[in-house]
Design a protein around this ligand. Sequence first.
Ligand SMILES: Cc1ncc(COP(=O)(O)O)c(C=O)c1O
Length: 428
Amino acid sequence: MPAFDVSAIRAQFPALRREQDGTPVVFLDGPGGTQVPERVIDAVTGYYRAMNANSGGSFVTSRATDAMAGAAHAAVATLLGAADPGEVKFGYNMTTLTFHVSRSIAASFAAGDEIVVTTLDHEANVSPWRAVAADRGLVVRTVDIHPEDGTLDLDSLDAALGPRTRLVAFGYASNALGTINPVGEIVRRAHAAGALTFVDAVHYAPHGSIDVRALDTDFLVCSVYKWFGPHLGALYGKAAVLDRLPAYKVRPAHDRYETGTPSFEAFAGTLAAVEYLRDLGRKYGDGADGAGTGEVRGELVAAMRAIAGYERSIGRRMLDGLAAIPGIHVWGIADPARIDERTPTFAVTLDGISPADAAAELGRAGIFTWDGDFYARGLIERLGTYEHGGVLRLGLVHYSTAAEVDRTLEALAHLAAGAPLGSRPIAR
Ligand SMILES: Cc1ncc(COP(=O)(O)O)c(C=O)c1O
């Protein structure tokens, strides 16, 4: 397998050339949204130049728009392992898609039916279910975590499942702690209880390969702006389930779930983002995974496995480094031997400095991180850190480098020792 050439990859992302006070910045904000390669920018602006039109017209720009939109749905279907492009629905973002489809999903639920959510999840996979439950008199049950390592408590899942469970909504991976859930196993238990499954893959999607058919989930959602594309949400729904649900749509619309005129320019950028990943699979993927076959799904799987392998190496480096700094606490899975069970998204707290102050200090030093709860409110409350400003989140993606990890660790060591970074770049 060819070596993962992170310099060549970074050269494709114009934003990564940014400097602050004469020093390159470090983007550790990926879980909040990633940077995009040049080809995505070109595709978005190129759409306005070459084919800007509404759908369904008998003229060349409209036909080109429809062809491109079809290709974008097919590309995302292939990325997610779906059989049919019609099983992919685009929307403004994951939150809006989830609020929208939750209304269709719950339309057949009766008062007293139950929905299961989890403490580990982003609120976008909790609040819509609570809202629809309030509308229809449903009961919401919440699966707990093991607070010591931030994994989902599967005994608590079993206790939450019952004869009236109609839906289990859970995440593929935690956007705060990085924990990867045993998705296939949770789907299996939910289906055994007769429930539908709704998987939030927003955090996981940039870090690994997804196969909705192997998982057998009924729904899965992700956000293209978290995997190197434009601001757009994507929903996968099993055709058989989508077809039987009532859809909230205007009468003449031909699609039952995509409402109104979409952001076609974002569709064009999405297609380019999938092509970027495929290219990465061709260049750095393993032949055994499908690289070099010319087959799109295989090359995308190879890309995501190559990304996961590279991220494991820089993720381990981060965990080893964090363990060596006195005064830092890592929330979630901290054992480098368990790197396969997490994404390279690290939640930390530092003695003597709040997450907000640490993020501000790091930001002044050109290291971009997030602090707070990242809308994983229930989790941060459960961990007892909410009153203390939540956690500081360090998010690596495949364009992050070992040198950036080292520079971040050095800055954190300063902060944990009580030394402010000020506006000075950290000397290397
Ligand atoms: C795990 C997870 N779920 C859902 C969302 C919400 O996604 P969107 O911004 O597309 O609504 C986010 C955004 O940060 C997230 O990280």
